[in-house]
Design a protein. Structure first.
Length: 235
C-alpha cells in the first residue's frame, strides 16, 4: 500500500473455496464469468499459502497513463480482473466525499487550494492529472459513485483522509451493500477502535507487529476475525 503498483493478480476470483491449498492456481478465469464476488473474508481464506493478492495503490500504477483515484482507473482494474484496489476518500465542505489523496488540489488536479474548502459544485469541474503529470479527461469521482462501480466487481481498501468522516463512509458502504467487499484502513489503536464501533461487521486494516499489539486491539473492541494486519513496508 506504500508504493504505486498495478499487479497481475496471482489468483483469480473464486466463487467459493474449492481449490486445494496445494493445487495449482487457475489464472485463466475470465472476470466476465464471475457474477458475484464472495465476501472478502471468504476470498482471503481461499488463497493458497504460496500465493498473494496485490492491491493497486490509489487505484492505479505509475506505468499507466491514468490518474490516481479515478473512475477510469478503477474500470481498467475491473476489466483486467484485478480484485483489490486501495483508494483514498476525502470530504468536501458541503459533506460530499470524493476520491482524492492530497490535502490540496494543486499537484494532482486542475484545482487550487485546500480540498476541504471547496464544495461539490466547484470540485466537479476539476480534472485529474495522470501519474506522469499530464492532465486527463477524468473529473473527480464521488465516493458513492465508486461504490456503485465496484459493487460485485472489485474489493476496496478504503483509506480515510483527514477531511473524511468515518460515519459518512460507513453509512455509504452499507447503503450500497458493500459491507463484505471493503477493508477499512486504520493507522492507530484509536482509529481501529472507532471503526470497530461504527462498523462491527466490516474488516479493518490494523497496524501490528506483535501478539501483544493484536491483543491490545482486541481489548479495544476490534474482533480478531475482522483484522487484516498491516506489518509495514519492505520485506
Amino acid at each position: 500500500m506504500k508504493k504505486l503498483i498495478c499487479a497481475i493478480m496471482i489468483i483469480a476470483g473464486f466463487p467459493a473455496c474449492k481449490a486445494d491449498q496445494g493445487s495449482q492456481v487457475d489464472t485463466s478465469i475470465e472476470p466476465a464469468i464471475i457474477s458475484e464476488l464472495p465476501s472478502v473474508r471468504t476470498q482471503l481464506s481461499c488463497l493458497p499459502e504460496s500465493a498473494a493478492f496485490v492491491a493497486a495503490h490509489r487505484g492505479t500504477s505509475k506505468k499507466e497513463n491514468l490518474p490516481e483515484n479515478a473512475g477510469s482507473s478503477l474500470k481498467a482494474l475491473i476489466e483486467r480482473g484485478i480484485l483489490f484496489a486501495e483508494i483514498d476518500v476525502a470530504g468536501l465542505r458541503d459533506g460530499t466525499h470524493v476520491l482524492f489523496h492530497d490535502g490540496v488540489w494543486d499537484e494532482k488536479s486542475s484545482g487550487k487550494g485546500a480540498v476541504a474548502s471547496d464544495n461539490w459544485g466547484q470540485a466537479q469541474n476539476y480534472l485529474l492529472k495522470e501519474t506522469d503529470g499530464d492532465f486527463s479527461a477524468d473529473p473527480l469521482i464521488r465516493f458513492e459513485d465508486v461504490l456503485k462501480l465496484a459493487k460485485d466487481k472489485i474489493y476496496l481498501e478504503v483509506d480515510f483522509k483527514s477531511s473524511a468522516k468515518y460515519e459518512y463512509v460507513v453509512d455509504a458502504v452499507r447503503k450500497f451493500g458493500l459491507e463484505d467487499q471493503v477493508i477499512l484502513i486504520s493507522y492507530s489503536e484509536g482509529q481501529a477502535a472507532k471503526l470497530a464501533r461504527l462498523a462491527p461487521e466490516m474488516m479493518l486494516s490494523v497496524s501490528a507487529k506483535s501478539k501483544s499489539q493484536l491483543e491490545a486491539l482486541e481489548q479495544k473492541g476490534v474482533k480478531a476475525k475482522n483484522m487484516a494486519v498491516w506489518m509495514g513496508s519492505g520485506p
